[in-house]
Write a protein that binds this ligand. Structure first.
Ligand code: ADP
Length: 544
């Protein structure tokens, strides 16, 4: 007897334990028959879905399945009836209070003693928090992408409003202060475009009311975030004095509201407000934290955009100044040159050699000044596109030889050798190409103080000639090579600080060559030397 009784008692005990485990489990465990009727419902299921066991047992499982997912359930039941295995999966369920939750589900068949499937056991874990965190991260990632897509913040904020709706609000408003500290409406958006005008009207009436305790003006004044989880009777009560406002709020069906400042440090630069018209979207502090993080990212984007605009304005002012200054400098320098020439003639007559030596030196300095001024003028002309080229066919060999001849008298340190020949004429502005050559040769000399030669190589190509100026000087570090043709760019490594210059010669040269449909490039090794080459076409492009 004992022997036969023991297993029965053991079975009872294990069933008791099993029941206790199911009841105390953190996961919702429910069973249903093959028709989808709920047959058991543990404590965790009560908590997770909001229905008590007596409300759920006997009901169809569709009680907790959102309408759009009913088909999914039918497929699962079908598979189970056929004895197929169901892999663990993630889906959505709906609670008694209509809130949707994400669940991770394990489904297994319940079999009778003969092994026949008579029902299904479902173990569900609430993964809403994890899913929401993922969604929020995705939302912020998208926001960052939008904010970095353009430097014009009006455009990016319009796109941010489109992202906010519908994810975080049904209507929203973004304002920023402009340069004069006046409120600039950037965007007002509503999920139903026809209602945007209602929102705008609401704000218009609301903003001028005294004693407002919520809203954009408040946020801008206090720099504090605000939240109204539910639009209670008290809220309607507080605007009762203006029936129009009450009607608007009713028409908009506002259910919940929150607003956050856009701040850089303690400086308030704007505000974003979020409004929900859905009864099951009542804002929580969790939503407010997300809104604040969004506002933080918006703040940096707006500030960056403003700094960029300011720097662009400063650059425009600088360019204008350079243009004005170089024009103004040209006249007195031209007069100075004329007076020097006048004096030179007088001193030649009286054979005053000492004064003549000084005057020659003076004249050289004035020539340097004239060349600097004309470079500065070229920079502003190139910037504004006001530079003219007088194109003609010319002999590059002769131009190179003439340029070298002109430079030779002032170069005592280096020999300049020309290698190769271009058998064809090239097209372009001879004087401007001469200017490029002079720039490259004087740079080659200037940046190779320890070397004693420069080589100019002429190579004929199919459609264009290539002219290369080689030096054996200090060379240029790799990190500078892609910037070397930028306006005002100078290498500021230790060994370069002593060389005078404005960083505009290569910019001008490169621009001149580009306008000739040619290209300029540099090959350089630090400590070994540089090769600057440019191409010059034999003829104009057919489409020009
Ligand atoms: P800069 O008036 O400063 O010489 P450039 O526009 O002609 O202006 O040149 C820009 C910078 O490129 C120079 O400051 C210098 O650092 C570098 N550079 C130009 N040519 C050479 C060269 N041949 N060798 C080494 N560095 C050069």
């Amino acid at each position: 007897m004992k022997q036969t009784k023991k297993p029965a008692a053991g079975k009872k005990l294990s069933l008791f334990y099993l029941g206790a485990i199911v009841e105390s489990s953190e996961d919702a465990i429910i069973t249903k028959d093959l028709e989808g009727n709920i047959t058991s419902w543990n404590k965790a299921a009560e908590k997770m879905y909001g229905y008590e066991a007596h409300e759920a047992i006997g009901q169809k499982i569709f009680l907790i399945i959102p309408k759009e997912l009913h088909q999914e359930e039918l497929v699962i039941l079908g598979k189970l009836k056929k004895g197929e295995r169901i892999e663990h999966f993630e889906t959505m369920r709906v609670r008694k209070d209509k809130r949707k939750i994400y669940v991770s589900l394990s489904i297994s068949p319940v079999k009778d003693t003969k092994g026949k499937i008579i029902g299904v056991a479902k173990i569900a874990r609430d993964i809403t928090a994890q899913k929401k965190a993922e969604e929020r991260q995705q939302f912020l990632d998208k926001a960052s992408l939008i904010l970095s897509s353009s430097i014009d913040y009006s455009t990016t904020l319009k796109n941010i409003a489109k992202l906010i709706i519908p994810y975080l609000a049904d209507y929203c408003r973004i304002v920023v202060f402009d340069e004069n500290n006046l409120i600039k409406e950037v965007v007002t958006h509503h999920i139903d475009k026809r209602k945007i005008s209602l929102v705008t009207e609401l704000y218009k009436i609301y903003k001028d009311r005294e004693k407002n305790i919520h809203g954009v003006n408040n946020i801008l004044a206090t720099g504090k975030a605000e939240i109204l989880p539910e639009i209670s009777e008290a809220v309607f009560e507080s605007v009762k004095d203006n029936p129009k406002l009450v009607t608007l709020l009713q028409k908009l069906e506002l259910q919940s509201y929150m607003g956050v400042p856009i701040k850089i440090g303690t400086k308030i630069i704007g505000a974003i407000t979020f409004s929900s018209i859905q009864k099951d979207r009542l804002y929580t502090t969790y939503d407010l934290a997300l809104a604040e993080e969004l506002a933080r990212r918006v703040a940096y984007a707006v500030e960056n955009s403003r700094l960029y605009q300011q720097s662009q304005q400063s650059l425009a002012i600088r360019d204008e100044f350079i243009s004005d200054a170089s024009h103004e400098l040209r006249t007195p320098v031209t007069s100075l040159k004329m007076y020097i020439q006048g004096l030179q003639k007088q001193f030649e007559r009286v054979e005053n050699t000492i004064s003549l030596t000084y005057l020659t030196k003076m004249n050289n300095q004035v020539d340097k000044l004239t060349s600097l001024i004309s470079d500065l003028l070229d920079v502003s002309r190139l910037q504004s596109g006001r530079i003219e080229f007088h194109e003609e066919f010319f002999d590059v060999n002769k131009l190179v030889a003439d340029t070298v001849e002109a430079i030779k008298p002032i170069v005592k340190t280096h020999t300049i050798n020309i290698e190769g020949e271009i058998p064809q004429l090239c097209i372009g502005d001879k004087d401007r190409v001469g200017q490029v050559l002079t720039n490259l040769i004087t740079n080659a000399i200037k940046y190779s103080p320890k070397a004693d030669r420069i080589v100019i190589a002429l190579q004929p190509g199919k459609d264009a000639a290539t002219i290369t100026v080689k030096d054996f000087g200090i060379g240029i570090g790799k990190q500078h090579l892609d910037k070397i043709f930028n306006r005002f760019y100078r290498v500021v490594d230790l060994d370069e600080r002593t060389f005078p210059g404005l960083g505009i010669g290569l910019y001008i040269s490169n621009e001149i060559i580009k306008r000739h449909d040619g290209s300029m490039r540099v090959v350089s090794t630090k400590g070994k030397g540089s090769q600057f080459s440019f191409t010059l076409p034999y003829d104009k492009k057919a489409d020009k």
